[in-house]
Design a binder for this molecule. Structure first.
Ligand code: UTP
Length: 475
């Protein structure tokens, strides 16, 4: 059965959908009321049918393995400082970054449009209660760090938050309900990224309800075009912001707007920069920053041949060790350049279980992967950056993401890492901190960013005679 409309614009769209071989999305048309029909057509209007056909041809139907020809090389990075000269270089970078913050040139940019499927939490991941004692949400932790940095540098740091259709309203409500955790509402700017439909194994769009096409957020790479299309870039320009500190919602240890990182980025006139933590275990499933056919990018764990994975330099370090922690600085002009004429990043696909509606109208949650989700990755923009800085940081100081419900990278692991970090700050001041046999702090510690953002600030406020046992909350 073919459907028709009296409206010529609608008919054009319907014809295009049939011509693209996607007419099956109308198979419940006769059962749909006006509202559902309008919704389905509106979704179809936003879908780039040509792009979907290309993705189907290039990825799903093609059997070519592009990777075989790629030349992979490690990338240079700035190591942790050891010599007095290196320490001085870090201090100088910190001063330079501090100056940029004070001048109001820096924005914090959080990408929080993901679906958090692995965590399985009912709500935006940012609203997940995570801190060790007060169970503050990820959003609250980030907001308090921004507040503390604002106070420290005496300038506004606007906070741009990217959401997606899947969580925008809930995120907005959560922040409003919590009065933006003390930030000025006019300095917290939320906007949505775009969605992209999934395709089944035959390259067909998937209905997950009679009037709904299954779509997912277009990956964190979509943040670049979303910055542009939402007007955020324009807003930054008006505010005098030219440095965008990019971070992800799940890392409880992010050093938001780290002046050292900003300073090195500014010094090198970099267009896009990245923080790395050294990978020590060759088996660790993390992407590493490197060069792919001579261009900067992230080499996925699965794309690194075994002999490269285990290869070591003369100093014993893994040759490919620059583990990506998804913390970047983007130059505003670079984002402008990258998004001219639309999103140019390459697409990646993943075979996933995608809920669908059967021909008889039943909702099915498949047990096997049945379709492809497409995503773009922000780090692919590195390939276009004329200059980039990669900066090594310590994992225990800066990287503990909440990804899974249990085990590795879980909320429990993040809490442990936060407590250990606070414990190490106290120890640096001379406070005695009890540890278990694994070296983890015994007890619970929480230090709000507003009390101290680092061990140096803590040293100004806490007496080394402080006795700690059990539970300590510093606010
Ligand atoms: P992940 O790749 O870990 O995905 O995102 P996720 O959606 O949070 O979790 P899973 O894979 O479904 O379990 C890393 C960061 O990128 C953001 C996420 O919100 C998170 O901050 N992201 C991811 C987006 O903003 N948009 C996307 O389309 C994908």
């Amino acid at each position: 059965m073919r459907i028709f409309s009296n409206n010529s614009d609608e008919q054009k769209l319907i014809d295009a959908v049939y011509a693209a071989g996607q007419g099956h999305v109308f198979r419940f048309w006769n059962e749909l009321g006006l509202e559902s029909r309008t919704k389905l057509l509106a979704q179809l209007r936003e879908i780039d049918l040509e792009l979907m056909a290309t993705l189907n041809q290039e990825f799903i139907q093609s059997t070519e393995n592009h990777l075989m020809q790629q030349k992979l090389e490690p990338a240079d990075f700035i190591s942790l400082p050891k010599t007095p000269e290196e320490i001085e270089a870090f201090n100088n970078a910190k001063k330079l970054g501090g100056k940029a913050l004070k001048a109001g040139r820096v924005a914090a940019f959080l990408v929080a449009g993901g679906q958090g499927t692995r965590l399985g939490f009912n709500g935006p991941k940012g609203s997940f209660p995570v801190s060790p004692i007060k169970k503050k949400s990820l959003f609250q932790l980030h907001a308090e760090k921004i507040l503390a940095m604002t106070a420290r540098h005496g300038a506004t740091i606007p906070w741009y938050i990217m959401t997606s259709e899947t969580n925008h309203q809930q995120t907005t409500d959560f922040l409003e309900r919590n009065s933006y955790f003390g930030l000025q509402p006019q300095n917290v700017i939320l906007f949505k990224q775009e969605m992209i439909p999934a395709l089944d194994d035959n390259g067909r769009l998937i209905l997950d309800a009679k009037d709904n096409i299954f779509r997912n957020p277009n990956g964190h790479g979509g943040s670049l075009s979303a910055l542009k299309n939402s007007g955020a870039l324009q807003d930054m320009k008006k505010r005098g912001v030219d440095l965008i500190f990019y971070f992800q919602v799940d890392n409880v240890l992010t050093k938001i707007c780290d002046p050292v990182f900003l300073g090195f980025h500014i010094q090198k006139k970099a267009e896009m920069s990245a923080k790395i933590v050294p990978k020590t275990d060759p088996e660790e499933k993390v992407g590493v920053l490197g060069k792919i056919d001579g261009r900067l990018g992230v080499i996925e764990y699965s794309d690194l041949p075994a002999e490269q994975q285990t290869a070591r330099n003369s100093d014993g370090r893994l040759k490919f060790c620059a583990g990506n922690i998804a913390t970047h600085i983007l130059d505003r002009n670079f984002v402008e350049k990258e998004t001219k004429g639309g999103l140019r990043l390459p697409w990646h696909l993943a075979h996933k279980k995608i809920p669908f509606i059967s021909d008889t109208g039943e909702q099915v949650n498949p047990v096997e992967s049945n379709g492809y989700k497409f995503e773009t990755f922000v780090f692919d923009a590195l390939a276009d950056a004329e200059r980039a800085v990669f900066l090594e940081v310590k994992r225990e100081n800066e990287f503990s993401p909440v990804k899974n419900a249990d085990g590795n990278a879980s909320p429990a692991a993040a809490r442990r890492d936060m407590i250990n970090q606070f414990g190490s700050w106290l120890e640096k001041i001379g406070v005695s901190v009890p540890k278990d046999t694994d070296g983890n702090v015994e007890g619970e510690i929480e230090i709000t960013p507003l009390f101290a953002l680092d061990n140096e600030e803590l040293a100004e406020k806490v007496n080394p005679n402080l006795s700690f046992g059990g539970s300590l909350y510093l606010v």
